[in-house]
Write a protein that binds this ligand. Structure first.
Ligand code: AMP
Ligand code: MG
Ligand code: MG
Length: 312
C-alpha cells in the first residue's frame, strides 16, 4: 500500500517524523546550552541559532534522500554539500496513518515538478532564545501548483511547563483530506480575540488591529504558533499588517488551517503563491481566520489607507 501511495501523501507522511526529529535536535541544542546565535538580517529580532541550522539540515537531508526530484526551499539557505549530516539525523520512516488514507483525487497524479516544499526549521527563533519555548514550531509546507495544500506543524515544547520530558506534538493537514494530531475546538462566541506578533510590531501593525476592534489581543511568537491558536479555538483571527513573514512561515500553517476549513491570505484577502520562483517575503501581510469566521467581511474592515501600504 505505502509504496504505491500517491507522492503528495508519501511526502506528507515522511514530513511528520522528519519534523519531530528536527524538534528533538532543537531541544538537544537548548539543553546543550550553546545556541551560537548570529544576527541574520539588519532588522530587530532576525536571529539564527545552531538549532535553526541543524534542524534544517536534518529535514532537508531526510526529505531529499527520499524525494530527490522535489524542490525544497529552506529558510536557512542551501546547505554546503561538503557538510556531512549525522546518520541519526536522516529519517526515512513515514507516518503510517497518513499513508493508509485515501488521497484526494486532485493530487493522485501530482508529480515532483508540481511540488515545492517550504521548510522553516525553527519558527519563533526570538522566543526560543528568550525561553518562551512553547512558541517554537517546526514547519514543513507542501505546495502543489503554487497552492499551499499540505502541512506539518511540530511543537517540540508542547506542555513543557506542566509535564517533564514532553515528546512534543505533531499536527498535520491536507486540503481535501483533513487534519490530524490535535483536538479541534471552536473559538468562543462571546468575545473576539486576535493573535499577532510580540516581537515585530510597528505603527501599521497596531493600526490594523485597532480597526478590527478586538476584545482581546494575544501577542505571541511564531507564525506556526499563532495558527495553532486558531486551530485550537483560542483566537478568531491572526492579523499581521507587515512584510516581515516569508513563504516558509506561512506555507505549512496555511495548509493545515485550510484543511480544517479556516483561511490564510494576505491583508487584501488574496492567497499567496508558493511556486518556486516567488519572492520570499509575504509582502502583503497576513490575515488568517479560524474555521467558521467570516474571512471576507473581516478583511473588508481593514481601512483603504492601510491596504495602500501593501500594494500588490
Ligand atoms: P512573529 O509573529 O513576529 O513571531 O513572526 C513570525 C515569523 O515571521 C517569524 O519567523 C519571524 O522571524 C518572521 N518575521 C516577522 N517579522 C519579521 C521581521 N520584521 N524581520 C524578520 N523576520 C520577521
Ligand atoms: Mg519563521
Ligand atoms: Mg525560522
Amino acid at each position: 500500500m505505502s509504496q504505491s501511495a500517491p507522492l503528495v501523501l508519501r511526502l506528507l507522511a515522511a514530513s511528520v517524523p522528519a519534523a519531530a526529529r528536527a524538534g528533538k535536535i532543537i531541544k538537544d541544542v537548548m539543553s546543550g546550552g550553546e545556541l551560537a546565535i548570529v544576527q541574520k538580517g539588519l532588522g530587530r529580532n532576525d536571529l539564527q541559532t545552531e538549532a535553526d541550522r541543524s534542524a534544517q539540515r536534518c529535514i532537508i537531508a531526510s526529505l531529499s534522500q527520499q524525494f530527490p526530484d522535489v524542490t525544497i526551499i529552506g529558510e536557512e539557505g542551501p546547505s554546503n554539500p561538503s557538510d556531512e549530516v549525522p546518520s541519526d539525523w536522516v529519517v526515512t520512516e513515514s507516518e503510517q496513518d497518513i499513508l493508509c488514507k485515501q488521497c484526494p483525487s486532485e493530487y493522485i497524479s501530482t508529480t515532483a515538478e508540481d511540488i515545492v516544499v517550504w521548510v522553516d526549521p525553527l519558527d519563533g527563533t526570538s522566543e526560543y532564545t528568550q525561553g518562551l519555548l512553547d512558541h517554537v514550531t517546526v514547519l514543513i509546507g507542501i505546495a502543489v501548483n503554487g497552492r499551499a495544500v499540505g502541512g506539518v506543524i511540530h511543537q517540540p515544547y508542547h506542555n513543557y511547563q506542566t509535564k517533564k520530558d514532553v515528546p512534543g506534538r505533531t499536527l498535520w493537514g491536507l486540503v481535501g483530506l483533513g487534519t490530524g494530531g490535535f483536538e479541534v475546538v471552536d473559538p468562543p462566541s462571546d468575545k473576539f480575540i486576535i493573535t499577532t506578533t510580540r516581537s515585530h510590531s510597528d505603527g501599521i501593525v497596531v493600526k490594523a488591529l485597532e480597526a478590527l476592534k478586538p476584545d482581546e489581543i494575544l501577542r505571541v511568537g511564531g507564525a506556526g504558533h499563532k495558527v495553532l491558536l486558531l486551530l485550537e479555538g483560542r483566537a478568531h483571527a491572526y492579523v499581521f499588517a507587515s512584510k516581515g513573514c516569508k513563504k516558509w512561515d506561512t506555507c505549512a500553517p496555511e495548509a493545515v488551517l485550510e484543511a480544517l476549513g479556516g483561511t490564510l491570505t494576505d491583508i487584501h484577502g488574496n492567497h499567496y503563491s508558493y511556486a518556486k520562483d516567488v519572492q520570499y517575503p509575504d509582502a502583503q501581510g497576513i490575515f488568517a481566520t479560524a474555521k467558521g469566521v467570516d474571512h471576507k467581511s473581516l478583511v473588508s474592515k481593514i481601512p483603504q489607507e492601510l491596504r495602500d501600504a501593501f500594494p500588490n
